[in-house]
Design a binder for this molecule. Structure first.
Ligand code: GLA
Length: 757
């Protein structure tokens, strides 16, 4: 092994920095958080004392925290060789800065290699800070020993600033994904485990910790996300020595990863962000990373997000060509640009009890194939999209009958055995227990190359034979007892799904893919690397969506979050909402409809056409600007908006989610504009006189005619709010009218900072 590098590694970019010292021979993580400036700090200032009755050396918090350095918190690496070599002593072998930087200088990326020749393992770590400040880190472990190495866990962690005293993460369930929860950070470990074999409805899209009461736009925040769609854990580990780490790892099953000699395991990417300005700063870092990708929808790729009609809540499994054609015509007249045929089109699929796996157009229902519908849709100038659920199989399907051994389960399912007790398998023709069904379905074992190839070929054929621009790729069950050949296989299954998506995209580069998973059970940066949007929830109730979208949007920008206007009365909550509230909610996402729009009243059809036009007018801004969310003190009100990066325009939504404690709701602040520029604010939707949305004897004067004020005034003082009825919203369009604005008036206290006009 070579001598450890003399210089520390100092990665800095976009206000964030990471400092790693190598003087002990181990990469010691000294700092992750705010940029510490261009000059390397004196590292001796960052090393603490040795306490009494303790290990006799200062304990290093390693890039991979390890007991061989005295670390007694959650270990970074757990593995062994049949019980031996259980505690690695990794020491640095090399540090490279591929971006042209050098250790000790200011670089943005590095590769650190550590090895323990006695344990026979080498770990290579890639770290980079992207433009915008999002840090990425992943490890690859190589088994250099002669025998197999059993890997139990390899975690990616970062040091958490001492100022962080409060944790925020997300949780949820079907139809209620991405809801926040907060708790104090205490000594010990806070772990969020996902054992769903998919990301999970309850997954914490982000695990954050910050200064007391950190909010949307204030406080220091450190946050991590694991880009992985299988089992996982994210955690905050506050050790007894006073140091805290934040990190995540893939959650491996017993014996799931046993590396043969020279084999490797690579962790998913850990994404991490630091913000000195609350959660909006965390979103800025994630959004910049997403939008920096060449294929991301937006100005760079030239792709816009088309208005979608998804027919699911209009027809469910009742596929009748005349009805579907009528829907297409109604959609086209309203300005819809993409028509998506949901579940129910393939062989035997008359309900959710049968057919999954038989990816052939149902000849009985569709004697002419999908062509008559596709031709009508494209003839109206819309794209055609199709629903598929390739990872699943119904026991009642031709596929399961022909290949019962392709159903994944805990035990090898060999032909010819007698069914064991509890075997729910197709006809019980194979030995081996099957997992409990979920929505009458099982998981197809895509680790089996024949099953994988069958699915690839079917999807490839569908895409070749039909003019399909879009797939809604669904995944509707947890993978419990997921096994291949008798061993846990969530890891391999997840990789097989990724490979399937990657190969299909390679073969059909023009096809966009949506990641749906009973709504939002697979929202993560692993799946989003190979799909074009997520379906955040099966709940189209606008009130629920306000929360689901706000918190999904913490990480995922609105152009990647499917968001549809549902029926007037929600199918999942039975709440009834006005069109304006449903539309204002759907607008802050990838907008669409999921509603039987064939028989709307004329007035409703006109209003819907206008909201579609409004979305089209603003979508370039909505899908490129900075997301801002006010720290609104009245819990019944929320304000979010999107401000263009040059501060020239913005679109805000004020939303009332409940009745307010106040008779008059006070002034609503519009943050994020250029303080000294002058702006014109206009209420665009619903109309000022809408009696269902507003309950007031007299509206504030600006509601009908607009207002002009400086960005500073709009942020610090705000505008008097109209009295919005609960479960209603108000859309405000803002544009800059003067570069300097009436700032001088404000400073002089002339009282003319706001003009009703
Ligand atoms: C899942 C999806 C829905 C719909 C149905 C079809 O629940 O989340 O949007 O596609 O499947 O079965």
């Amino acid at each position: 092994m070579g001598a450890p590098p003399a210089d520390p590694l100092y990665l800095r970019r976009s206000g964030t920095s990471l400092l790693i010292d190598f003087s002990t021979g181990e990469p010691a993580m000294l700092h992750f958080g705010a940029d510490l400036g261009p000059d390397l700090p004196d590292l001796s200032l960052l090393v603490g004392p040795v306490p009494g009755s303790a290990l006799d050396v200062p304990v290093t918090l390693g890039l991979i925290p390890q007991a061989s350095s005295g670390w007694r918190g959650r270990p970074g690496l757990r593995g062994h060789r049949n019980g031996q070599a259980f505690s690695a002593r990794l020491r640095v072998v090399s540090v490279e800065c591929p971006g042209g930087g050098h250790p000790g200088g200011n670089a943005c990326s590095a590769v650190i290699t550590q090895a323990d020749p006695d344990a026979g393992v080498t770990v290579r770590t890639e770290i980079r800070i992207n433009d915008g400040g999002l840090l990425q880190l992943r490890h690859r472990l190589d088994n250099d020993g002669s025998g197999p190495y059993s890997l139990d866990e390899l975690a990616a962690v970062l040091p958490l600033g001492r100022a962080a005293t409060e944790i925020l993460d997300l949780t949820g369930r079907w139809c209620r994904e991405s809801h926040p929860q907060r708790l104090p950070l205490r000594q010990g470990t806070w772990v969020r485990s996902g054992r769903h074999g998919r990301t999970g409805h309850d997954a914490s899209l982000l695990l954050a910790a910050g200064t007391p009461g950190f909010g949307n736009r204030h406080g220091q925040v450190w946050a991590v996300h694991l880009g992985w769609s299988g089992n996982h854990e994210s955690f905050v580990d506050a050790a007894a020595d006073g140091r805290t780490v934040i990190g995540a790892s893939e959650l491996l099953g017993p014996g799931e990863i046993t590396l043969a000699a020279n084999a490797s395991y690579e962790t998913p990417w850990l994404f991490a962000a630091y913000s000195a300005a609350g959660l909006d700063g965390i979103s800025d870092a994630f959004y910049a990373w997403f939008r920096g990708r060449p294929h991301h929808p937006g100005a760079r790729s030239g792709k816009t997000r088309p208005v979608v009609l998804n027919v699911w809540e209009a027809v469910y499994f009742d596929h009748r060509l005349p009805v579907l054609l009528e829907l297409a015509e109604a959609a086209a007249r309203l300005g819809v640009e993409r028509y998506v045929l949901d579940d129910g089109w393939f062989r035997g699929r008359r309900s959710d009890q049968a057919g999954l796996g038989d990816w052939y157009v149902d000849e009985g229902l569709w004697p002419g194939g999908l062509t008559p519908l596709i031709d009508a849709v494209t003839g109206h100038g819309m794209e055609f999209g199709l629903w598929v659920e390739p990872e699943m199989v119904n026991e009642d399907s031709d596929l399961a009958r022909a290949h019962p051994d392709w159903i994944a389960g805990p035990a090898p399912r060999t032909a010819g055995g007698s069914p064991s007790a509890g075997d729910s398998g197709p006809g019980g023709r194979l030995a081996g227990r099957l997992p409990v069904q979920w929505r009458h379905q099982q998981v197809l074992d895509l680790v089996n190359p024949d099953a994988w190839q069958y699915i690839y070929d079917r999807l490839d054929a569908l895409l070749r034979e039909n003019n399909i621009a879009y797939l809604k790729w669904d995944q509707n069950r947890d993978l419990v007892e997921m096994g291949h050949a008798g061993r846990p296989s969530v890891h391999a299954q997840t990789q097989a799904v990724y490979r399937l998506l990657d190969k299909l995209r390679e073969a059909h580069p023009g096809v966009e893919i949506e990641s749906c998973s009973s709504g939002g059970a697979r929202v993560d940066l692993g799946i989003l690397e190979r799909t074009d949007r997520v379906w955040a929830s099966d709940c189209n109730d606008a009130l629920e969506r306000q929360t689901i979208q706000r918190w999904t949007g913490l990480v995922v920008p609105p152009e990647l979050v499917g968001s549809h206007i549902g029926p007037t009365t929600s199918h999942t909550t039975a709440r009834t909402h006005d069109l304006s509230f449903r539309a204002i909610t759907a607008m802050f996402g990838h907008f669409g409809l999921e509603w039987d729009i064939r028989h709307l009243a004329d007035s409703e059809r006109d209003e819907l056409a206008q909201t579609i036009a409004l979305y089209k007018k603003h979508r370039a801004l909505l899908h490129s600007g900075r997301m801002v969310r006010a720290d609104e003190p009245d819990p019944s009100l929320r304000l979010h908006g999107v401000v263009s990066h040059d501060g020239g325009e913005a679109l805000y939504a004020v939303v009332s989610v409940a009745t307010s404690f106040a008779e008059v709701p006070g002034r609503i602040s519009l943050p994020g504009l250029l303080p000294d520029a002058g702006y014109r604010v206009e209420a665009v939707y619903p109309a000022a006189g809408d009696r269902r949305a507003f309950l007031q004897a007299a509206p504030p004067a600006w509601l009908a005619g607009g207002a002009e004020a400086t960005g500073r005034f709009l942020a610090e003082s705000g505008l008097p709010m109209p009295v919005l009825n609960p479960e209603h919203g108000l859309l405000l369009a803002v544009r800059r009218v003067t570069a300097a604005g009436p700032a001088a008036d404000l400073a002089a206290g002339s009282g003319h900072a706001v003009r009703n006009s």
